[in-house]
Every structure is written in structure tokens, then in C-alpha cells.
Design a protein around this ligand. Structure first.
Ligand code: ADP
Length: 505
């Protein structure tokens, strides 16, 4: 074995002045609703008498789920900082990255077991220095659901690493004071085994902040900056309202850009014009980041417009936010429950099955838009991700959710186990679930083709406005307005149905 000891990044060595990471809960803004949860987990870990007396087991793992930049790393550091205990961090991707692109059998043999060895060493170090927190960022890189078919050696390596992680977490003794905090932006892709009791049995969702929480985050990052405070926090409140869809990291970046601009302009304090300029810089990206006007850009924007239209037309979806547009080089439809109304009114509440199936169509809309508006040959990789997510969702509906009438009884039977998790080794009695999944996918794709054809005029209009508007955004209310006031193109929809039928045959 050439496996070398994994070199963990250790923060907060005892002995120095600083204990723990130095990060405090106050540094993480807008998480009031989860602070109590997190505090409880730490209290149990550190042996708080009240929990011991009640016979409560320590929580072994906390999973932080949410998009990048929402403060997951910061929160994990604050947990260690508040408790004054060491913090060991690693990244799921580093455990496995050396295997990416490594095809030579010899190479693989040489490093066989490295991921597992790294994990073992990480846990060994943390146990020695306990109480301690282990933080694993991007755990999905190593914790993806295990595959069932034949696998290549990279995958085998990753899966060995995952097994080692499971073994380590199961091997904790009652009085081992080590807490594993992991972060991911897609908990749905994680291996079920990781979420079983005794492993990551608490999941905390860290989303993009609401306007009120955006203000709190801005306040944290304005603490050490000279700011025009002539009108209390009116300035930051205004910025918080404008910064729709910003993550915590983007807000931090905004304050920093503003500070740099203030210096550049020789201004003694940060004021509204400076903040707005910083926002433009971040939102639009630097000039060279903006795509030049081209057919490709228009197509890109039109596909994004199709996503927004599908979103607005799907019952059960959150409401379309005030605006959507380009962020960091890609277009995003930003959605939160606040703000505008959607274009559909329901006369009766939807069943859960209808809501779940309804989510499939928007996932197919980008692909359908390429096919209907730009022709089959223009179908691109950029829309494949959504297509495969739709596949995962359809599979979940049939095999796991207990919502599908044909498999409900069986799912219920298989789930009647402690912890409510399905045993992956139990064989299904129902053989045709693949047909059921296919059927859901086919119907949703047809609906997407029809939607794009029916709403082609609105989609093209919104796409062009996305390119032509000064700030490359379109208001959500504008999309809804167009949808309500533009007649559907029924003839095109009929043609799209014919396309779908041809595709099927
Ligand atoms: P993640 O781990 O979720 O990708 P990070 O914790 O690395 O995000 O966040 C990056 C930076 O963004 C932090 O160091 C901090 O400056 C800022 N930030 C993110 N969320 C918050 C928050 N809730 N409060 C204050 N700052 C935040």
C-alpha cells in the first residue's frame, strides 16, 4: 500500500491564543431558526447532563443541504468556534479526484484503497483530539448512491471510500465525542445508507436568504466598513430588497466590491451609488463575462425563457419571483415563494401525485424547446441534466414515494421497516415498474413539447427581452402578463403532438 496519511486541514489548535475556529454564531446571519437545533446537537455531544440523564444518544452526523455560498461551511466552523473544539475539514472530491481520468489498471492498483485510507486517517486524528468536529464539504462526491451494475475502478474506489465512511460512523462509541458535519447541494443523490439512523440523521436546509435575512447578512458584512448611516439601515435595507436571489457569499462579495470601489473613487464611505455599481458588476459579471450578442446567446436566453414560462404555468410551483436573468454567466429562473402570482389558478387542490408528476414537465421543457424551436439536431448537452433529473424523479414517484397507485401497496410493504427506509436488498415483486417510469416520462415529455408549441410566441418574446433589456433580466410579472394576454398557438400544439407520436413510434 502506498496510501499516505491524509493531511487534514486543522484549525483551532489548542495552546495558541485562539481556541476553535474563531467563528461565532453571530457571524452567520439569518439562521435563527436553526441555531437552537445546532446548539442542541452540540450540547448532547459535549455531554450535557440533562441529555445524559434522559439517556439521549449523541447525534453522529448533521447534513447541511443547500446551494453553494449559503453559509454551510461557515455554520460548521461556527459550531466548532462556539464550542471551542478543533475543526477538521476535508472535501469529498479530494478523496476521489485522483481517480478521475485515471484509466491505467496499474495506476489504479497502486492507489487502491487511498480514499478509504484517507477517511480512516481523518477520523483517527479527530478521535484523538476529541471532542472535535469533522467537516466534509461536497459529500456527494463520495456519497453518491452506489451503482448496481458493473463499475469501473474509479467508481469502485469511491464506493470503498463511502463504505469506510459508513464504517467509521457506525464505529463511534457512546462516549466518542466526534460530530461529523457534511455539506451537499443535492441530498437527493446521496446513498440511502448515509441517511440511516446513527449516521446523518439530521438534515438542515440552508437556502438562499429571504429579503429580511439578506439584510441581516449585509449587516454582518458591513460591520467593519465605513457606511453612510445617516438614515439608519435604510441603505442596506434598500440593497437587501434589490439583491434578489443572492446567496450569502454573493452578499459578502457585494460588500467587498463596494469597499474596493469606494477606495478607487477616494470616497470616505460606502453609499448607495457605490453599492449599486457593485451590484451591477456582480450581477452582470465583468464586461468580458457578458456573452456577445449572437444566435447562440439568443437561443440560450430563449431556452431560459421556456423554463420560466413552464415554471409559471405549473400548478403547485412556488411563485415566479420578481425577476429572473443572467447570473454568473448562466441564466437562471429565480424562484422563491415571495412576490408575484403565478399564471395558473386552481379550482381544486392538487393531489400529491399530481404535484409530483406536474414537476416532471418543467424539467423537460428546456429540451423540448430546443427540439420544437431549433430542430432535433440542435439538442444539446446543457439540457441533458434536467432530462436525467426528470428520470430520477419519475423513478422516485414509482419506486419510493408511495404515491403511484400501481406500486403504492408494495412501497408501503417494503417501507415497513424500522426507520422507514427501504431495504435495497429486497427484491421487487412488481416487474413492470420500468414501464410505469417510462410512461410517466413519455407523458411529461409530450406535455413539454405541447407547452412549448402552444406558448412559442411568449417564449420567443421573453427570450429576446432577456437579451435586449439593459440589465439582461425580465420581470416575473412581465412573463405572467404575456402569458395571460397572448393567445395560445393551438395549431402548433397539434403539430407538436404529432412530433411526439412520431418519436414514440
Ligand atoms: P457554502 O459552504 O454553503 O458554499 P460558505 O459557508 O463557504 O458557503 O460561504 C461563503 C462566504 O459567504 C462565507 O465565508 C461568508 O463570508 C458568506 N456567507 C454565506 N452565508 C452567510 C451568512 N448566512 N451570514 C453571513 N455570511 C455568510
Amino acid at each position: 500500500h502506498r496510501a499516505r496519511e491524509y493531511n487534514v486541514e486543522e484549525e483551532g489548535k489548542k495552546g495558541g491564543k485562539r481556541k476553535g475556529t474563531g467563528v461565532k454564531y453571530d457571524d452567520v446571519a439569518g439562521i435563527d431558526h436553526i441555531k437552537a437545533d445546532v446548539k442542541e446537537v452540540l450540547d448532547i455531544l459535549l455531554g450535557d447532563e440533562r441529555y445524559v440523564a434522559m439517556g439521549a444518544h449523541p447525534v453522529r452526523g448533521v447534513l447541511l443541504e443547500g446551494p453553494p455560498g449559503t453559509g454551510k461551511t461557515l455554520l460548521a466552523k461556527a459550531m466548532a468556534g462556539e464550542a471551542g473544539i478543533p475543526f477538521y475539514s476535508a472535501n469529498g472530491a479530494e478523496f476521489v479526484e485522483m481517480f478521475q481520468g485515471a484509466n491505467g489498471a496499474e495506476f489504479v492498483e497502486m492507489f487502491q484503497g487511498v480514499a478509504a485510507a484517507r477517511i480512516r486517517s481523518l477520523f483517527r486524528t479527530a478521535r484523538k483530539k476529541a471532542p472535535a468536529i469533522i467537516f466534509i464539504d461536497e459529500i456527494d462526491a463520495i456519497g453518491k448512491a452506489r451503482s448496481s451494475g458493473p463499475t469501473d475502478s474509479g467508481t469502485q474506489e469511491r464506493e470503498q471510500g463511502l463504505l469506510q465512511l459508513l464504517t467509521e460512523m457506525d464505529g463511534f462509541y457512546q462516549d466518542d465525542k466526534v460530530l461529523v458535519v457534511a455539506a451537499t447541494n443535492r441530498a437527493d443523490a446521496l446513498d440511502e445508507a448515509l441517511l440511516r439512523p446513527g449516521r446523518f440523521d439530521r438534515t438542515i436546509y440552508m437556502g438562499r436568504p429571504s429579503p429580511a435575512n439578506r439584510l441581516k447578512i449585509l449587516q454582518v458584512h458591513a460591520r467593519n466598513k465605513p457606511l453612510d448611516r445617516s438614515n439608519d439601515d435604510a441603505l442596506l435595507r434598500q440593497i437587501a430588497d434589490l439583491a434578489i436571489g443572492y446567496s450569502g457569499a454573493e452578499l459578502a462579495n457585494l460588500m467587498n466590491e463596494a469597499a474596493i470601489l469606494a477606495v478607487r473613487r477616494s470616497q470616505p464611505e460606502i453609499d448607495l451609488p457605490i453599492l449599486k455599481e457593485a451590484m451591477d458588476k456582480i450581477r452582470l459579471g465583468l464586461p468580458q463575462d457578458s456573452l456577445p450578442d449572437s444566435a447562440a446567446k439568443r437561443q440560450y436566453a430563449t431556452i431560459e425563457a421556456a423554463r420560466a414560462v413552464a415554471f409559471a404555468l405549473t400548478p403547485g410551483m412556488p411563485q415566479l419571483e420578481h425577476e429572473f436573468g443572467r447570473e454568473g454567466g448562466t441564466w437562471h429562473a429565480l424562484a422563491t415563494p415571495e412576490g408575484a402570482t403565478n399564471a395558473v389558478q386552481l379550482d381544486k387542490p392538487l393531489s400529491q401525485l399530481e404535484v409530483a408528476c406536474g414537476l416532471l414537465t418543467p424539467l423537460y421543457v428546456a429540451r423540448a424547446c430546443e427540439e420544437v424551436l431549433y430542430g432535433r439536431e440542435s439538442v444539446s448537452l446543457s439540457t441533458s441534466k434536467e432530462v436525467s433529473r426528470a428520470g430520477e424523479l419519475a423513478r422516485w414517484i414509482v419506486m419510493d414515494s408511495g404515491l403511484h397507485p400501481a406500486t403504492r401497496d408494495e412501497v408501503v410493504r417494503l417501507n415497513l421497516r424500522p426507520g422507514g427506509k427501504r431495504d435495497p436488498t429486497v427484491k421487487w415483486a412488481w416487474k413492470n415498474y420500468d414501464d410505469l417510469i417510462m410512461d410517466l416520462q413519455r407523458r411529461a415529455y409530450e406535455a413539454a413539447l405541447r407547452l412549448v408549441a402552444e406558448r412559442a410566441t411568449v417564449i420567443r418574446t421573453v427570450g429576446n427581452e432577456l437579451c435586449d433589456n439593459k440589465d439582461e433580466t425580465v420581470l416575473g410579472s412581465r412573463v405572467i402578463d404575456l402569458l395571460l394576454n397572448t393567445p395560445k398557438n393551438e395549431a402548433a400544439a397539434a403539430a407538436a403532438t404529432a412530433v411526439a407520436e412520431r418519436a414514440e413510434s
